[in-house]
Design a protein around this ligand. Structure first.
Ligand SMILES: *Cc1c(COP(=O)(O)O)cnc(C)c1O
Length: 501
């Protein structure tokens, strides 16, 4: 990382904004839905999670559009683990998307929300009950390895279940002629052990049917994913050569989200953070935290442990780029073309990307004090577990939702603040960085943490100190008016009085 940063440099003291990228629906809610947001927090308490079910349908459409553009048939499985919301899975069931359940609870939740087994794939670690219910309802099992195939086959025979369709999850792909190896994974069978895996599947042909092969790699690297996809194309041939008829290649999730509106702000921020770690500008974080960077004997060490909050390529656009990429080891034509010619179905399992812009987390300002080190300390009625943005290394500014009047203007001066949570713990910081707001917040104002629906809403929320866990409401817009209901009360139908849910 460059520390010179001539065009991205900033003067100390100048606000370093990380403005969120907000699409139409959440932007409108934060703009003209302010009275509603305050009324909701008044009624239901702080913190409060808001989900926007109509947005998940739009996101599914953009993935579908990419498949159309490449003339590929395929299925878009929403990785449910990104959010526990009922409204999101109930809204999604009305679209042509499918669902990826990673636990018995998620599978039950999907079934109870209107999903049928033929639209569900089960992934992740599986206990016998989870496998049984998957097989019983005709869901596809994304099988981790030979052990799971055997276990599933035993259940199918013992309980007279329908023949189980499995996707064989592979990992550890190597591309011939290159040294590039995909990262280590806890899950999946090493691609080079495919033969042994197929031996196991062969033994259990009566009980399991391999419908495809796949991977899920938790990386932003297109190179690694392209290499894995090539590995899957080869594995499809290997599987066919053994007399099976696989149809699908499953490229997993990890398409990512771009959280920030402006690339320059991200560049400027990370450059300034480096300077602060090196001591050439004042600290930008609580206790000089370096997000993985440190100064050692006058040199910069470590690696920045942050999510790339501004991503030029994310979500459906990332899938488009993957499909457009030339297959290095397989003749150089685009991967999408090879999928099309092989008549393979493409399965994708986006979690974070499918709930992009689908929700936000609200916290009420309790108290504002001057900080000894300059700036102010703002205490919120929420804690670090209620928004996992910091925990996931996502740096993005909250949006000030004033109780009265506009957020800025009227001679208001920008304010640098530390955001603290409601736990009696030194470490309960909502974020470790100094946040620049358009003005100093006042008690009663709300801070809206944008785009928390992917893992940052309910994944890490706890009952620590018996502080309340956020309620969740589903909000949707009809014409100019906003409607809301508790998340669990949301059904995608119109009630007799005209209003949906
Ligand atoms: C978590 C997970 C996903 C979703 O990953 P995202 O990064 O949220 O897109 C998809 N598939 C599997 C197997 C997973 O474990």
């Amino acid at each position: 990382m460059s520390t010179a940063g001539t065009n991205t440099a900033s003067t100390p003291g100048e606000p370093l904004h990380l403005e969120p990228r907000l699409e139409q629906l959440p932007a409108a809610l934060l703009e003209d839905g302010r009275p509603l947001l305050h009324a909701l927090v008044d009624a239901l308490g702080s913190p409060l999670n808001v989900v926007l079910p109509d947005q998940i349908a739009r996101n599914a459409e953009s993935f579908r559009a990419v498949l159309h553009r490449h003339r590929i048939t395929g299925r878009i499985f929403y990785a449910h683990k990104a959010n526990r919301s009922s409204a999101l899975v109930r809204r999604l069931v009305t679209t042509d998307a499918d669902l990826d359940a990673a636990s018995l609870g998620e599978l039950q939740h999907a079934l109870a929300s209107g999903w049928t087994g033929d639209r569900i794939m089960t992934t992740g670690p599986k206990d016998p009950e989870f496998l049984w219910l998957a097989a019983r309802t005709g869901a596809v099992v994304n099988a981790d390895g030979p052990g799971e195939v055997e276990q599933a086959a035993r259940l199918v025979r013992a309980y007279g279940l329908p023949r189980l369709r499995v996707v064989l999850r592979l990992s550890g792909f190597g591309t011939p002629g290159t040294t590039l190896l995909s990262r280590r994974s806890r899950f999946g069978t090493p691609a080079r052990a495919l033969k042994d895996l197929l031996d196991t599947v062969d033994l259990h042909r009566d009980a399991v049917e391999p419908i495809g092969v796949g991977y899920h790699l938790d990386t932003t690297s297109l190179d690694e994913k392209a290499a894995a996809l090539e590995g899957c194309l080869l594995a499809m041939e290997g599987t066919r050569a053994r007399g099976f008829s696989p149809r699908a290649i499953d490229v997993g999730g990890g398409f990512g989200v771009s959280y920030l509106a402006h690339a320059e702000q991200w560049d400027r921020y990370t450059t300034a953070l480096t300077e602060a770690v090196m001591g050439t500008r004042p600290p930008m974080t609580w206790d000089g935290h370096g997000y993985g960077l440190r100064k050692e004997n006058g040199t910069l060490r470590g690696t920045l442990g942050l999510y790339p909050a501004h991503r030029p390529l994310a979500g459906a656009g990332y899938l488009d780029a993957l499909l457009s990429r030339p297959a290095q080891a397989l003749g150089g034509r685009p991967l999408g073309t090879l999928l099309l010619e092989g008549l393979h179905d493409l399965y994708v399992e986006p979690g974070r990307a499918l709930v992009d812009q689908c929700g936000l987390t609200l916290g009420r300002v309790l108290d504002v004090r001057e900080a000894e080190s300059g700036g102010h300390v703002v205490r919120l009625a929420m804690n670090a577990g209620d928004t996992g943005l910091e925990d996931h290394g996502v740096l993005v500014d909250p949006v000030l939702v004033p109780r009265d009047g506009p957020p800025g203007g009227g001679g208001a001066r920008p304010a640098a603040v530390h955001l603290m949570g409601n736990l009696c713990l030194e470490s309960d910081l909502i974020t470790r960085r100094v946040v620049h707001l358009p003005r100093l917040p006042r008690p009663g104002d709300l801070l809206a943490f944008p785009n928390t629906a992917g893992y940052c809403m309910d994944f890490g929320a706890t009952h620590a100190q018996q502080q309340p866990v956020a309620r969740k409401v589903a909000v949707h817009r009809e014409g100019e008016s906003w409607h809301w209901c508790l998340d669990e009360q949301y059904w995608p139908i119109t009630r007799p009085g005209g209003q949906r849910t």
